[in-house]
Design a binder for this molecule. Structure first.
Ligand code: MV4
Length: 453
Protein backbone atom coordinates (compact mmCIF):
# COMPACT_ATOMS: atom_id res chain seq x y z
CA UNK A 1 0.00 0.00 0.00
CA UNK A 2 1.07 3.57 -0.59
CA UNK A 3 2.68 5.55 2.18
CA UNK A 4 1.79 9.02 0.86
CA UNK A 5 -0.53 10.42 -1.82
CA UNK A 6 -0.66 13.87 -3.38
CA UNK A 7 -4.14 15.12 -4.20
CA UNK A 8 -3.97 17.22 -7.36
CA UNK A 9 -7.31 18.90 -6.83
CA UNK A 10 -9.27 21.25 -4.59
CA UNK A 11 -12.74 21.67 -3.14
CA UNK A 12 -15.05 18.92 -1.99
CA UNK A 13 -13.34 16.18 -3.97
CA UNK A 14 -9.95 16.90 -2.41
CA UNK A 15 -11.61 16.75 1.02
CA UNK A 16 -13.34 13.52 0.04
CA UNK A 17 -10.11 11.85 -1.08
CA UNK A 18 -8.25 12.96 2.06
CA UNK A 19 -10.98 11.36 4.18
CA UNK A 20 -10.42 7.93 2.65
CA UNK A 21 -6.63 8.30 2.80
CA UNK A 22 -6.90 8.96 6.53
CA UNK A 23 -9.09 5.91 6.98
CA UNK A 24 -6.50 3.82 5.12
CA UNK A 25 -3.59 5.28 7.09
CA UNK A 26 -2.10 6.91 3.99
CA UNK A 27 -0.45 10.34 4.44
CA UNK A 28 -1.73 13.19 2.30
CA UNK A 29 -0.17 16.12 0.47
CA UNK A 30 -2.48 18.92 -0.65
CA UNK A 31 -1.72 21.56 -3.25
CA UNK A 32 -3.40 24.95 -3.31
CA UNK A 33 -3.58 28.23 -5.18
CA UNK A 34 -3.24 31.72 -3.74
CA UNK A 35 -7.04 31.93 -3.65
CA UNK A 36 -7.31 28.76 -1.55
CA UNK A 37 -4.82 29.28 1.27
CA UNK A 38 -7.42 28.67 3.97
CA UNK A 39 -9.56 26.16 2.05
CA UNK A 40 -10.77 23.02 3.88
CA UNK A 41 -8.58 20.64 1.87
CA UNK A 42 -5.48 22.64 2.87
CA UNK A 43 -6.40 22.42 6.54
CA UNK A 44 -7.16 18.70 6.44
CA UNK A 45 -4.10 17.37 4.63
CA UNK A 46 -0.93 16.37 6.47
CA UNK A 47 1.10 18.73 4.29
CA UNK A 48 0.05 21.49 1.90
CA UNK A 49 2.00 23.43 -0.72
CA UNK A 50 1.26 26.56 -2.69
CA UNK A 51 1.49 25.84 -6.41
CA UNK A 52 0.59 29.17 -7.99
CA UNK A 53 -1.84 32.00 -8.60
CA UNK A 54 -5.61 31.88 -8.33
CA UNK A 55 -6.26 30.89 -11.95
CA UNK A 56 -6.22 27.15 -12.63
CA UNK A 57 -3.63 27.55 -15.40
CA UNK A 58 -1.24 29.00 -12.85
CA UNK A 59 -1.90 26.44 -10.13
CA UNK A 60 -4.11 23.35 -10.36
CA UNK A 61 -3.13 22.79 -14.01
CA UNK A 62 0.52 23.69 -13.48
CA UNK A 63 1.98 20.25 -14.20
CA UNK A 64 5.63 21.19 -13.68
CA UNK A 65 5.00 22.75 -10.30
CA UNK A 66 2.68 19.97 -9.11
CA UNK A 67 5.24 17.31 -10.04
CA UNK A 68 7.95 19.34 -8.31
CA UNK A 69 5.90 19.17 -5.08
CA UNK A 70 5.27 15.44 -5.63
CA UNK A 71 8.98 14.85 -6.04
CA UNK A 72 9.98 17.03 -3.07
CA UNK A 73 7.50 15.29 -0.77
CA UNK A 74 8.35 11.77 -2.04
CA UNK A 75 4.76 10.73 -2.64
CA UNK A 76 4.05 7.28 -4.07
CA UNK A 77 0.97 8.25 -6.01
CA UNK A 78 -1.17 11.16 -7.23
CA UNK A 79 -4.95 11.20 -7.10
CA UNK A 80 -6.25 13.68 -9.69
CA UNK A 81 -9.89 13.80 -8.53
CA UNK A 82 -12.25 14.90 -11.34
CA UNK A 83 -11.87 17.73 -13.86
CA UNK A 84 -8.51 19.56 -13.91
CA UNK A 85 -5.75 17.00 -14.75
CA UNK A 86 -7.84 13.87 -14.23
CA UNK A 87 -8.19 13.05 -17.94
CA UNK A 88 -4.94 14.59 -19.10
CA UNK A 89 -2.83 11.91 -20.82
CA UNK A 90 0.28 14.10 -20.72
CA UNK A 91 -0.01 14.37 -16.95
CA UNK A 92 -0.51 10.61 -16.55
CA UNK A 93 2.60 10.05 -18.68
CA UNK A 94 4.69 12.55 -16.75
CA UNK A 95 3.74 10.83 -13.49
CA UNK A 96 4.82 7.50 -14.89
CA UNK A 97 8.16 8.93 -16.06
CA UNK A 98 8.84 10.06 -12.50
CA UNK A 99 7.90 6.69 -11.08
CA UNK A 100 4.83 8.10 -9.38
CA UNK A 101 1.59 6.12 -9.71
CA UNK A 102 -1.20 8.08 -11.42
CA UNK A 103 -4.42 6.89 -9.79
CA UNK A 104 -6.29 6.22 -13.01
CA UNK A 105 -5.92 4.24 -16.22
CA UNK A 106 -2.91 4.39 -18.54
CA UNK A 107 -2.22 7.50 -20.62
CA UNK A 108 -3.08 5.55 -23.80
CA UNK A 109 -6.51 4.64 -22.54
CA UNK A 110 -7.15 8.23 -21.46
CA UNK A 111 -6.31 9.58 -24.89
CA UNK A 112 -8.20 6.84 -26.72
CA UNK A 113 -11.38 7.66 -24.79
CA UNK A 114 -10.71 11.39 -25.11
CA UNK A 115 -11.31 11.12 -28.84
CA UNK A 116 -15.03 10.53 -29.29
CA UNK A 117 -14.49 9.05 -32.76
CA UNK A 118 -11.86 6.61 -31.47
CA UNK A 119 -14.09 5.73 -28.51
CA UNK A 120 -17.05 5.00 -30.82
CA UNK A 121 -14.88 2.82 -33.04
CA UNK A 122 -13.52 0.91 -30.04
CA UNK A 123 -16.96 0.34 -28.53
CA UNK A 124 -18.53 -0.75 -31.80
CA UNK A 125 -15.78 -3.37 -32.11
CA UNK A 126 -16.42 -4.53 -28.55
CA UNK A 127 -20.11 -5.10 -29.32
CA UNK A 128 -21.34 -2.17 -27.26
CA UNK A 129 -24.29 -0.40 -28.90
CA UNK A 130 -23.30 3.10 -30.05
CA UNK A 131 -25.62 5.83 -31.34
CA UNK A 132 -26.19 5.14 -35.07
CA UNK A 133 -23.68 7.22 -37.00
CA UNK A 134 -20.13 7.21 -38.30
CA UNK A 135 -16.76 6.33 -36.79
CA UNK A 136 -14.44 8.38 -38.99
CA UNK A 137 -13.86 12.14 -39.21
CA UNK A 138 -16.09 13.89 -41.76
CA UNK A 139 -14.14 15.19 -44.76
CA UNK A 140 -16.48 18.12 -45.39
CA UNK A 141 -20.07 19.35 -45.28
CA UNK A 142 -20.91 17.48 -48.49
CA UNK A 143 -20.01 14.16 -46.93
CA UNK A 144 -22.05 15.10 -43.84
CA UNK A 145 -25.00 15.83 -46.10
CA UNK A 146 -24.81 12.47 -47.90
CA UNK A 147 -24.67 10.62 -44.58
CA UNK A 148 -27.41 12.67 -42.95
CA UNK A 149 -29.71 12.25 -45.95
CA UNK A 150 -29.24 8.49 -45.68
CA UNK A 151 -29.73 8.39 -41.93
CA UNK A 152 -32.69 10.74 -41.90
CA UNK A 153 -33.05 13.97 -39.92
CA UNK A 154 -32.67 15.18 -37.24
CA UNK A 155 -28.98 14.40 -36.81
CA UNK A 156 -26.33 15.68 -34.48
CA UNK A 157 -22.96 17.02 -35.55
CA UNK A 158 -20.36 16.49 -32.86
CA UNK A 159 -16.74 17.45 -32.36
CA UNK A 160 -14.48 14.44 -31.82
CA UNK A 161 -12.61 16.35 -29.11
CA UNK A 162 -15.85 17.68 -27.64
CA UNK A 163 -17.34 17.36 -24.22
CA UNK A 164 -19.66 19.10 -21.83
CA UNK A 165 -22.05 19.95 -24.62
CA UNK A 166 -19.55 22.15 -26.45
CA UNK A 167 -19.10 21.52 -30.16
CA UNK A 168 -22.37 19.78 -30.85
CA UNK A 169 -25.23 20.91 -33.00
CA UNK A 170 -28.65 19.48 -33.84
CA UNK A 171 -29.38 19.61 -37.55
CA UNK A 172 -33.01 19.27 -38.62
CA UNK A 173 -32.73 19.46 -42.38
CA UNK A 174 -30.30 19.39 -45.30
CA UNK A 175 -30.77 23.15 -45.69
CA UNK A 176 -29.35 23.77 -42.21
CA UNK A 177 -26.45 21.42 -42.61
CA UNK A 178 -23.77 23.48 -44.36
CA UNK A 179 -24.08 26.43 -42.01
CA UNK A 180 -24.17 24.14 -38.95
CA UNK A 181 -21.09 22.30 -40.18
CA UNK A 182 -19.05 25.50 -40.56
CA UNK A 183 -20.21 26.90 -37.22
CA UNK A 184 -19.58 23.72 -35.31
CA UNK A 185 -16.18 23.22 -36.89
CA UNK A 186 -15.15 26.73 -35.90
CA UNK A 187 -16.27 26.21 -32.29
CA UNK A 188 -14.50 22.86 -32.11
CA UNK A 189 -11.31 24.40 -33.43
CA UNK A 190 -11.56 27.40 -31.08
CA UNK A 191 -12.30 25.33 -27.97
CA UNK A 192 -10.31 22.16 -28.51
CA UNK A 193 -7.82 23.04 -31.23
CA UNK A 194 -9.29 20.15 -33.22
CA UNK A 195 -12.01 20.59 -35.83
CA UNK A 196 -12.62 16.85 -36.44
CA UNK A 197 -16.35 16.08 -36.46
CA UNK A 198 -18.67 13.14 -36.84
CA UNK A 199 -22.41 12.78 -37.26
CA UNK A 200 -24.98 10.75 -35.32
CA UNK A 201 -28.69 10.18 -35.39
CA UNK A 202 -30.34 12.61 -32.96
CA UNK A 203 -32.03 10.78 -30.08
CA UNK A 204 -35.17 12.63 -28.93
CA UNK A 205 -35.79 13.18 -25.20
CA UNK A 206 -33.13 10.80 -24.06
CA UNK A 207 -32.08 9.95 -20.55
CA UNK A 208 -28.46 10.10 -19.47
CA UNK A 209 -27.74 6.90 -17.56
CA UNK A 210 -24.19 5.90 -16.71
CA UNK A 211 -22.70 2.67 -15.43
CA UNK A 212 -20.01 2.69 -12.77
CA UNK A 213 -17.32 0.08 -13.28
CA UNK A 214 -14.26 -1.07 -11.36
CA UNK A 215 -11.35 -2.92 -12.93
CA UNK A 216 -8.22 -4.17 -11.21
CA UNK A 217 -4.75 -4.77 -12.69
CA UNK A 218 -5.56 -8.40 -13.46
CA UNK A 219 -8.51 -7.30 -15.54
CA UNK A 220 -11.24 -8.37 -13.12
CA UNK A 221 -14.01 -5.98 -14.10
CA UNK A 222 -17.31 -5.41 -12.32
CA UNK A 223 -20.28 -3.10 -12.78
CA UNK A 224 -21.64 -1.19 -9.81
CA UNK A 225 -25.05 -0.46 -11.28
CA UNK A 226 -26.15 2.82 -12.77
CA UNK A 227 -26.64 6.45 -11.98
CA UNK A 228 -29.46 8.45 -13.49
CA UNK A 229 -28.07 11.91 -14.30
CA UNK A 230 -30.63 13.26 -16.72
CA UNK A 231 -31.59 16.35 -14.75
CA UNK A 232 -29.17 18.94 -15.95
CA UNK A 233 -29.09 22.58 -16.88
CA UNK A 234 -26.86 23.54 -19.81
CA UNK A 235 -24.91 20.31 -19.43
CA UNK A 236 -24.33 20.92 -15.75
CA UNK A 237 -25.79 18.05 -13.73
CA UNK A 238 -28.10 19.12 -10.91
CA UNK A 239 -29.69 15.95 -9.48
CA UNK A 240 -28.26 12.42 -9.69
CA UNK A 241 -29.69 9.22 -8.32
CA UNK A 242 -29.14 5.50 -8.04
CA UNK A 243 -30.80 3.36 -9.12
CA UNK A 244 -32.44 4.99 -12.16
CA UNK A 245 -36.24 5.14 -11.85
CA UNK A 246 -36.44 4.25 -15.55
CA UNK A 247 -34.55 0.96 -15.83
CA UNK A 248 -35.91 -2.53 -15.33
CA UNK A 249 -33.61 -5.26 -14.01
CA UNK A 250 -33.04 -6.83 -17.40
CA UNK A 251 -31.96 -3.56 -19.07
CA UNK A 252 -29.86 -2.78 -16.02
CA UNK A 253 -28.03 -6.10 -16.35
CA UNK A 254 -27.56 -5.75 -20.10
CA UNK A 255 -26.15 -2.23 -19.69
CA UNK A 256 -23.88 -3.37 -16.88
CA UNK A 257 -22.56 -6.23 -18.99
CA UNK A 258 -22.07 -3.91 -21.98
CA UNK A 259 -20.09 -1.54 -19.74
CA UNK A 260 -17.88 -4.39 -18.56
CA UNK A 261 -17.27 -5.42 -22.19
CA UNK A 262 -16.39 -1.81 -22.99
CA UNK A 263 -13.88 -1.61 -20.15
CA UNK A 264 -12.35 -5.02 -20.86
CA UNK A 265 -11.91 -4.25 -24.55
CA UNK A 266 -9.54 -1.40 -23.73
CA UNK A 267 -7.71 -3.09 -20.88
CA UNK A 268 -9.20 -0.62 -18.46
CA UNK A 269 -7.83 -0.30 -14.91
CA UNK A 270 -9.33 1.95 -12.23
CA UNK A 271 -12.84 3.13 -11.49
CA UNK A 272 -14.57 4.32 -14.64
CA UNK A 273 -17.91 5.36 -16.03
CA UNK A 274 -19.61 4.40 -19.25
CA UNK A 275 -22.19 6.99 -20.23
CA UNK A 276 -25.23 5.92 -22.20
CA UNK A 277 -28.10 7.75 -23.82
CA UNK A 278 -31.30 5.79 -23.24
CA UNK A 279 -34.29 6.48 -25.48
CA UNK A 280 -37.99 6.20 -24.69
CA UNK A 281 -38.02 2.53 -25.78
CA UNK A 282 -35.10 1.77 -23.41
CA UNK A 283 -32.63 1.35 -26.25
CA UNK A 284 -29.24 2.31 -24.87
CA UNK A 285 -26.33 3.75 -26.78
CA UNK A 286 -22.74 4.34 -25.72
CA UNK A 287 -22.03 8.07 -25.47
CA UNK A 288 -18.62 8.42 -23.87
CA UNK A 289 -16.37 6.92 -21.25
CA UNK A 290 -15.07 8.91 -18.29
CA UNK A 291 -11.75 7.59 -17.10
CA UNK A 292 -11.93 9.11 -13.62
CA UNK A 293 -13.96 9.33 -10.44
CA UNK A 294 -17.17 11.27 -11.06
CA UNK A 295 -18.76 14.07 -9.08
CA UNK A 296 -21.83 11.89 -8.53
CA UNK A 297 -19.95 8.79 -7.30
CA UNK A 298 -21.50 9.03 -3.78
CA UNK A 299 -24.92 7.75 -4.87
CA UNK A 300 -23.24 4.55 -6.05
CA UNK A 301 -21.37 4.30 -2.76
CA UNK A 302 -24.61 4.71 -0.84
CA UNK A 303 -26.42 1.85 -2.55
CA UNK A 304 -23.45 -0.53 -2.79
CA UNK A 305 -21.78 0.22 0.55
CA UNK A 306 -18.42 0.51 -1.24
CA UNK A 307 -15.88 3.33 -0.96
CA UNK A 308 -14.88 4.08 -4.55
CA UNK A 309 -11.84 6.13 -3.58
CA UNK A 310 -10.60 3.22 -1.48
CA UNK A 311 -11.15 0.89 -4.42
CA UNK A 312 -9.24 3.24 -6.73
CA UNK A 313 -6.31 3.39 -4.32
CA UNK A 314 -6.26 -0.37 -3.79
CA UNK A 315 -6.35 -1.01 -7.53
CA UNK A 316 -3.59 1.54 -8.21
CA UNK A 317 -1.50 -0.13 -5.49
CA UNK A 318 -1.83 -3.44 -7.35
CA UNK A 319 -4.39 -5.15 -5.14
CA UNK A 320 -7.05 -7.37 -6.66
CA UNK A 321 -10.73 -6.77 -6.16
CA UNK A 322 -11.84 -8.76 -3.11
CA UNK A 323 -15.42 -9.34 -4.25
CA UNK A 324 -17.30 -10.61 -7.29
CA UNK A 325 -20.22 -9.35 -9.37
CA UNK A 326 -22.66 -11.38 -7.26
CA UNK A 327 -21.34 -9.64 -4.12
CA UNK A 328 -22.14 -6.14 -5.39
CA UNK A 329 -25.14 -4.96 -3.40
CA UNK A 330 -27.93 -2.62 -4.43
CA UNK A 331 -29.68 -1.42 -1.29
CA UNK A 332 -32.27 1.32 -1.17
CA UNK A 333 -32.18 4.55 -3.13
CA UNK A 334 -29.77 7.50 -3.03
CA UNK A 335 -30.16 11.00 -4.45
CA UNK A 336 -27.48 13.66 -4.73
CA UNK A 337 -28.10 17.35 -5.35
CA UNK A 338 -25.35 19.77 -6.22
CA UNK A 339 -25.37 23.03 -4.29
CA UNK A 340 -24.04 25.84 -6.45
CA UNK A 341 -23.17 29.38 -5.44
CA UNK A 342 -25.43 30.90 -8.06
CA UNK A 343 -28.36 33.24 -8.39
CA UNK A 344 -31.47 30.99 -8.52
CA UNK A 345 -33.15 33.34 -11.00
CA UNK A 346 -30.39 34.29 -13.39
CA UNK A 347 -28.20 31.18 -12.84
CA UNK A 348 -25.15 33.45 -12.76
CA UNK A 349 -22.40 32.49 -10.31
CA UNK A 350 -22.74 34.26 -6.98
CA UNK A 351 -19.33 34.38 -5.32
CA UNK A 352 -18.82 36.07 -1.94
CA UNK A 353 -18.25 35.61 1.76
CA UNK A 354 -20.27 32.89 3.48
CA UNK A 355 -21.56 34.29 6.78
CA UNK A 356 -23.38 31.23 8.09
CA UNK A 357 -23.63 27.56 7.18
CA UNK A 358 -26.09 25.32 9.02
CA UNK A 359 -26.42 21.79 7.77
CA UNK A 360 -29.11 19.23 8.48
CA UNK A 361 -27.83 16.08 10.15
CA UNK A 362 -29.43 12.62 10.17
CA UNK A 363 -28.37 9.05 9.59
CA UNK A 364 -29.70 9.22 6.03
CA UNK A 365 -27.80 12.45 5.20
CA UNK A 366 -24.28 12.73 3.81
CA UNK A 367 -22.46 15.97 3.10
CA UNK A 368 -19.53 16.56 0.78
CA UNK A 369 -18.31 20.10 1.39
CA UNK A 370 -15.93 22.47 -0.36
CA UNK A 371 -16.61 25.23 2.18
CA UNK A 372 -17.13 25.96 5.87
CA UNK A 373 -19.03 28.71 7.70
CA UNK A 374 -16.17 31.18 7.15
CA UNK A 375 -15.33 30.44 3.53
CA UNK A 376 -15.12 32.97 0.80
CA UNK A 377 -16.36 31.65 -2.53
CA UNK A 378 -14.08 33.09 -5.23
CA UNK A 379 -14.93 33.49 -8.90
CA UNK A 380 -11.93 31.45 -10.03
CA UNK A 381 -13.39 27.95 -9.82
CA UNK A 382 -16.52 25.93 -10.42
CA UNK A 383 -19.30 27.42 -8.27
CA UNK A 384 -20.27 24.04 -6.77
CA UNK A 385 -19.77 24.48 -3.02
CA UNK A 386 -21.30 21.27 -1.69
CA UNK A 387 -23.14 18.09 -2.45
CA UNK A 388 -26.00 16.82 -0.37
CA UNK A 389 -26.65 13.10 -0.59
CA UNK A 390 -29.61 11.38 1.03
CA UNK A 391 -30.67 7.80 1.25
CA UNK A 392 -34.02 6.11 1.63
CA UNK A 393 -35.38 2.59 1.66
CA UNK A 394 -36.92 3.37 -1.69
CA UNK A 395 -37.19 6.36 -4.04
CA UNK A 396 -40.23 7.91 -2.34
CA UNK A 397 -38.50 7.82 1.03
CA UNK A 398 -35.33 9.26 -0.44
CA UNK A 399 -37.31 12.15 -1.96
CA UNK A 400 -39.04 12.77 1.34
CA UNK A 401 -35.71 12.75 3.19
CA UNK A 402 -34.21 15.09 0.61
CA UNK A 403 -37.14 17.49 0.93
CA UNK A 404 -36.61 17.64 4.71
CA UNK A 405 -32.86 18.02 4.38
CA UNK A 406 -33.11 20.89 1.90
CA UNK A 407 -35.63 22.67 4.12
CA UNK A 408 -33.05 22.75 6.90
CA UNK A 409 -30.04 23.60 4.73
CA UNK A 410 -28.95 27.17 5.41
CA UNK A 411 -26.23 29.03 3.55
CA UNK A 412 -26.01 32.76 4.24
CA UNK A 413 -23.98 35.52 2.59
CA UNK A 414 -24.16 34.10 -0.93
CA UNK A 415 -26.99 33.02 -3.18
CA UNK A 416 -27.46 29.34 -3.97
CA UNK A 417 -29.52 27.15 -6.28
CA UNK A 418 -31.37 25.56 -3.33
CA UNK A 419 -34.73 27.12 -4.35
CA UNK A 420 -34.30 25.60 -7.81
CA UNK A 421 -33.43 22.18 -6.36
CA UNK A 422 -36.54 22.36 -4.20
CA UNK A 423 -38.65 23.02 -7.28
CA UNK A 424 -37.17 20.02 -9.07
CA UNK A 425 -37.74 17.55 -6.27
CA UNK A 426 -41.23 18.86 -5.48
CA UNK A 427 -42.32 18.48 -9.10
CA UNK A 428 -44.89 15.73 -9.84
CA UNK A 429 -42.96 14.71 -12.95
CA UNK A 430 -39.88 14.11 -10.79
CA UNK A 431 -41.93 12.05 -8.33
CA UNK A 432 -43.13 9.94 -11.22
CA UNK A 433 -39.57 9.33 -12.35
CA UNK A 434 -39.99 11.20 -15.62
CA UNK A 435 -36.43 12.42 -15.49
CA UNK A 436 -35.41 13.31 -19.02
CA UNK A 437 -32.60 15.61 -20.11
CA UNK A 438 -35.09 18.37 -20.98
CA UNK A 439 -36.60 18.40 -17.46
CA UNK A 440 -35.31 21.81 -16.37
CA UNK A 441 -36.17 23.61 -19.62
CA UNK A 442 -39.55 21.92 -19.83
CA UNK A 443 -40.77 22.16 -16.26
CA UNK A 444 -38.84 24.96 -14.58
CA UNK A 445 -38.20 27.58 -17.20
CA UNK A 446 -41.25 27.24 -19.37
CA UNK A 447 -39.11 26.88 -22.48
CA UNK A 448 -38.97 24.11 -25.07
CA UNK A 449 -35.95 21.82 -25.21
CA UNK A 450 -33.56 24.19 -26.93
CA UNK A 451 -29.93 23.42 -27.45
CA UNK A 452 -28.16 26.26 -25.69
CA UNK A 453 -24.62 25.28 -26.51
C1 MV4 B 1 -26.84 13.50 -27.95
C2 MV4 B 1 -28.20 13.82 -27.72
C3 MV4 B 1 -29.12 13.30 -28.60
N1 MV4 B 1 -28.73 12.54 -29.62
N2 MV4 B 1 -26.50 12.74 -28.98
C4 MV4 B 1 -24.99 16.27 -24.50
C5 MV4 B 1 -23.65 16.19 -23.85
C6 MV4 B 1 -22.83 15.34 -24.73
N3 MV4 B 1 -21.92 14.56 -23.97
C7 MV4 B 1 -23.81 14.51 -25.48
N4 MV4 B 1 -25.09 15.15 -25.38
C8 MV4 B 1 -26.16 14.74 -26.11
N5 MV4 B 1 -25.87 13.95 -27.16
C9 MV4 B 1 -27.42 12.29 -29.81
N6 MV4 B 1 -27.06 11.53 -30.86
C10 MV4 B 1 -28.52 14.61 -26.63
C11 MV4 B 1 -27.51 15.09 -25.82
C12 MV4 B 1 -27.94 15.92 -24.74
C13 MV4 B 1 -27.78 15.54 -23.42
C14 MV4 B 1 -27.16 14.35 -23.09
C15 MV4 B 1 -27.00 13.99 -21.79
C16 MV4 B 1 -27.47 14.81 -20.79
C17 MV4 B 1 -28.08 16.01 -21.09
C18 MV4 B 1 -28.24 16.38 -22.40
C19 MV4 B 1 -28.87 17.60 -22.69
C20 MV4 B 1 -29.03 17.95 -23.98
C21 MV4 B 1 -28.55 17.14 -25.00
Amino acid sequence: MFNKILIANRGEIAVRIIRTCKALGVKTVAIYSQADDSAPHVQLADEAYLVGGPRVNESYLNIDRILEVADDTSVDAIHPGYGLLSENATFANRCEELGIVFIGPSADVISNMGSKIEARKTMEKAGVPVVPGITHPLADANEAEVIANNMGYPVMLKASAGGGGIGMQIVKSAEELHKAFAGNQKRATDFFGDGAMYVEKYIENPRHIEIQILADQEGNTLYLWERECSIQRRHQKVVEEAPSPFLDDLTRKKMGEAAVRAAKSIGYRNAGTIEFLVDEQKNYYFLEMNTRLQVEHPVTEEITGLDLVEQQINIAAGQSLTFTQEDVQKNGHAIEVRIYAEDPNTFFPSPGQITALELPEASYIRHELAVNSQSKVTPFYDPMIAKLIVKGENRDHAIENLTNALQHYKVEGIKTNIPMLQKVIAHPEFHQGRTTTNFVEKHLQGKPNVNNS
